[in-house]
Write a protein that binds this ligand. Structure first.
Ligand code: ZN
Length: 185
């Protein structure tokens, strides 16, 4: 049976998206299979990152590829297991963020511009990632938020959040799918 990878992605307001995720104790074949499935879903949706709760699994695993720009471009996937933000500082920057769990909307989110993250890779090596003023800096913070039950709209002021949720509902009603950042009128 062929399944559309986009159907694997959990949409807001699924309860799994607002839960604290469990750390991964052992990098076994299940964890490797989960990473593979998430990368497949992320590339299918043309996303630059995906967190395990977005496929319904409440575990601390994130996949990221900020070099991927669609079919034909080269892939440079990162798999982050139990990632921790060691430093988040630098001037705050506002970026228009999208999320595969909120198809059809882009919202302005302010975050620190510099971040240092430590995480294990699939081989169990502890890796350090540092990013400043770029998509990776935003993506790391956005995806790690997901592991703690936080989504991009939680960063908005209450009135902005209400508006974003209304836009999201309208986008869903218009048939938005994961990876759509804006719905054509
Ligand atoms: Zn997201």
């Amino acid at each position: 049976m062929k399944q559309n990878p986009l159907d694997d992605i959990v949409l807001s307001p699924a309860p799994v998206l607002s839960k604290e995720c469990e750390p991964i104790e052992k990098i076994d074949s299940d964890v490797k299979a989960l990473a593979k499935r998430m990368l497949k879903d992320m590339y299918a949706a043309d996303g630059c990152g995906l967190a395990a709760p977005q496929v319904g699994v409440s575990k601390q695993l994130v996949v990221i590829d900020v070099d991927w720009s669609g079919r034909g471009s080269s892939k440079n996937p990162y798999v982050l297991i139990n990632p921790k933000i060691i430093t988040a500082d630098g001037e705050e920057r506002e970026t228009g963020e999208g999320c595969l769990s909120f198809p059809g909307i882009t919202v302005p989110v302010k975050r620190p511009s510099h971040v240092v993250v430590q995480a294990k890779n699939l081989d169990g090596d502890l890796m350090q990632y540092e990013a400043s003023d770029n998509l990776l800096a935003v993506c790391l913070q956005h995806e790690i938020d997901h592991l703690h039950g936080v989504t991009m709209i939680d960063h908005l002021a209450p009135s902005e959040r209400v508006r974003a949720l209304a836009d999201y509902q309208a986008a869903l009603d218009a048939g938005a799918r994961p990876g759509d950042v804006e719905v054509e009128d």
